[in-house]
Design a protein around this ligand. Structure first.
Ligand code: ADP
Ligand code: ZN
Length: 583
């Protein structure tokens, strides 16, 4: 009885503490994100504000486009503000969550708060260990099960670029002796599920160093000071073990770029980040500690993280290409009874947008289907069902058709760029052409390395514009004028800016001096005629264009040598068009 009472009392006390923490957190949040009214207005007129919640409070809430969190600004309680915002096309609602003078909203807000507190309270009773277990000591994974590079299929370039780090971890004194400064921090960036965590574990495994892992998002909902303490604790633990790999997943949760200095800051995040940077500058490079951080996007990170002595090595871990997918699939099928009838090569080809995690998941789902049937082996039908489960999220909808069409458009688009570069600019190296989407959102890309030179001739500039246009031109030739896509927007932007330089900066157009109007006209006619010429050039070399695109559909990525072979095999180019005298 007494025990029970004690338990209840402890529960209530915990409830009160949690409630207090949440209140502090809420207040802290509010305090942290107040934007000066003048800046709010600027952003509103600049089209950056997506929503405003008006109330009678001293402050009002608003959201920026693309952001999830509300920001606050002073409420001018100005009768015309609403109209002005509406005229700007900004949605305005009234009576915020905690708006004063709105009893029902207040009540709803209070009820919601109580509900949240209750849920937190319940969760804390149900899983007492879990809230405590956030302690780094429990989170940091012991390196009991060593992984090695043989557990990571593909990712060859990334493996190469961390080979020296493994050597350093094995043997820090060797590097210290030569005064070599190893990177203290490495960032792995790329889409989710591409094996960033796996690589970090394998590095620890290969070098025999303990692996300590945390996630940036764990630190987000903490109150000031706690996160920083945890970071110090983590590094202390790493130091004790002599050498270590510290892995920080989702580093962006800690080190996201600021929207602007005026934004104020999130104190907690800032303190945690500062603690991390301080710890990193605290250990000497002879100590054998490497911090590896992972993020989906490098461009959203605060530059402070990327400075020398911090995360100064950045390694891209992208989606796997065809041969990498083949090896990932064969790695994960090893422990599964797979029927010979399953065509693994075809499966590798069908999974063009899949990450390593999706491939692993695909085979796992197939194994589950087979197990449910009680079959001896995983059959093609199990794999098919798993495939649709993964791409359509369980629905029967077959989206692979759309993807296949997109793949074809990308293949011809990129082939257009590559062929134009080959025909127009023999000095340009076409280093790589691929239809594997990049982590930056492009459907595919063609890496042209233009010659490094001081002057460009008029003809060469025209050639560059045509190379840019060739993606769109190839789409139009192959799929028809009404099926051209938005994929060429970047190319067109580049062409237009080159054409402007051509006409105004370099005076290569018909006249040297321009009014705005004549400049426009000249650019227009230059671009029109170059686009027509690009189309004609590709048309005349249609067989080669199609040959490259077909090869890309099969292999997905071609290097320079392979590209040359395909061009050769498709027949000799129409050389007359290589010379561009008649502009
Ligand atoms: P990330 O950290 O990039 O989000 P993970 O490392 O967590 O991705 O990958 C999740 C899982 O996907 C891994 O545990 C593994 O099963 C599988 N996987 C991903 N990439 C690979 C790869 N290159 N080789 C083998 N398995 C992979
Ligand atoms: Zn393009």
């Amino acid at each position: 009885m007494a025990r029970k009472f004690k338990g209840k009392f402890a529960g209530a006390a915990l409830f009160a503490v949690v409630a207090a923490i949440i209140l502090i957190f809420l207040m802290n949040e509010g305090k942290a994100e107040i934007i000066p009214y003048s800046i709010f207005l600027e952003m509103a007129y600049d089209g950056q504000v997506s929503e405003v919640v008006l109330s009678d409070d001293a402050q009002m809430k608003f959201k920026l486009i693309g952001e999830d969190d509300y920001l606050l600004t002073d409420n001018p309680r100005n009768a015309t503000l609403k109209e002005e915002l509406l005229l700007q096309g900004i949605p305005v609602s009234e009576g915020g969550f905690l708006a004063a003078g709105n009893a029902s909203a207040n009540l709803a807000g209070a009820a919601l708060l109580c509900f949240i507190l209750f849920m937190v309270y319940r969760a804390s009773i149900k899983q007492p260990q879990k809230s405590m277990a956030l302690s780094i000591a429990n989170q940091a994974e012991a390196s009991a099960h060593f992984l090695s590079f043989s557990d990571v299929a593909g990712n060859e370039e990334a493996k190469d670029s961390v080979a020296d780090i493994i050597d350093f971890l094995k043997n820090p004194e060797k590097y210290a002796k030569y005064g070599a400064r190893m990177p203290k921090g490495v960032i792995f960036y790329g889409p989710p599920g591409t094996g960033k965590t796996l690589m970090a574990k394998a590095i620890a495994g290969e070098s025999g160093a303990p692996f300590h892992a945390v996630s940036g998002s764990d630190f987000v909902q903490m109150y000031v000071g706690v996160g920083a303490g945890r970071i110090r604790e983590l590094f202390q633990k790493a130091r004790q073990s002599g050498k270590a790999v510290i892995f920080i997943d989702e580093i962006d949760a800690l080190g996201k770029k600021r929207a602007g200095a005026a934004m104020g800051g999130n104190d907690e995040r800032e303190q945690t980040l500062n603690a991390l940077l301080t710890e990193m500058s605290g250990f000497s490079s002879g100590e054998g500690i490497v911090v590896i951080a992972a993020t989906n996007r490098l461009d959203t990170l605060d530059e402070a993280l990327l400075r020398p002595g911090r995360f100064d090595r950045q390694v891209e871990i992208g989606l796997p290409d065809l041969s990498a997918r083949k090896s990932i699939l064969s790695l994960h099928r090893k422990n599964k009874p797979m029927s010979d009838k399953v065509d693994m090569d075809a499966l590798s080809r069908q999974t063009v947008f899949f990450s390593g995690a999706m491939l692993e998941n695909l085979l796992n789902e197939a194994a589950i289907f087979a197990a449910k049937r009680g079959a001896d082996a995983i059959e093609p039908n199990d794999v098919d069902k798993a495939y649709y489960t993964i791409i359509a999220g369980g629905e029967k909808k077959d989206r692979s058709g759309i993807r296949e069409a997109e793949r074809r458009i990308t293949a011809w688009h990129e082939s257009g760029h590559a062929l134009a570069a080959k025909l127009l600019s023999p000095e340009t190296t076409v280093a790589k052409i691929t239809i594997v989407p990049s982590s930056k959102g492009a459907g595919g890309f063609c890496v042209n390395i233009p010659p490094d030179k001081m002057y460009w001739t008029k003809q060469e500039l025209e050639g560059q514009i045509m190379i840019n246009f060739a993606g769109r031109a190839a789409e139009e030739l192959t799929f028809g004028a009404s099926n051209i896509t938005t994929g060429a927007s970047n190319d067109i932007e580049k062409s237009v800016s080159l054409a402007k330089d051509y006409v105004t900066r370099y005076g290569m157009g018909e006249s040297l001096i321009h009014s705005e109007e004549s400049e426009m006209k000249e650019c227009q006619s230059l671009l029109d005629s170059l686009y027509q010429k690009t189309k004609a050039m590709l048309e005349a070399n249609r067989r080669i264009l199609d040959g490259i695109a077909q090869e890309l559909l099969v292999k997905e990525t071609l290097g320079e040598k392979e590209l040359d072979l395909v061009i050769k095999a498709a027949g000799s180019p129409n050389v007359e068009l290589r010379v561009l005298e008649k502009a």
